[in-house]
Ligand binder design. Structure first.
Ligand SMILES: [Mg+2]
Length: 122
């Protein structure tokens, strides 16, 4: 079991990912944008963050950079959560330092294996 923060503004993506993770025994918190993410991490201390790239306001990529500047959050694994599979977008995500990428729409088996791999590396 791990503590996982889902940063996602889309209700359906949130509900589906939250249901899969809680069903598999994880403790899940939710943030609807970057500001909520940055304020929630201190109290929740997630083991893993699932970060939507297309967030309202501050993007997921910029939110990742802001998170890394926060004391205590320079190493927590962050997975990008995105519908984009364009090679330049994927390159930007990996170059930024994300631990991996989960494509939307979610495929349950890939989703869980990517989550578990990221938690093990940690
Ligand atoms: Mg979004």
């Amino acid at each position: 079991m791990a503590k996982i923060l889902i940063v996602e503004d889309n209700q359906l993506n949130l509900e589906l990912s939250r249901d899969i993770l809680t069903f598999n025994g994880h403790e899940v918190e939710h943030a609807e944008d970057c500001e909520a993410c940055l304020s929630k991490v201190d109290a929740f201390m997630p083991d893993l963050i699932l970060m939507d790239i297309g967030l309202p306001g501050i993007s997921g990529v910029d939110c990742f950079k802001l998170l890394r500047q926060k004391s205590g959050f320079d190493k927590v694994p962050v997975l990008a959560f995105t519908a984009s599979v364009m090679p330049d977008e994927i390159k930007k995500i990996t170059d930024t330092g994300f631990s991996g990428l989960i494509e939307k729409p979610i495929r349950v088996s890939t989703f869980l294996s990517t989550i578990n791999d990221a938690l093990e590396v940690k």
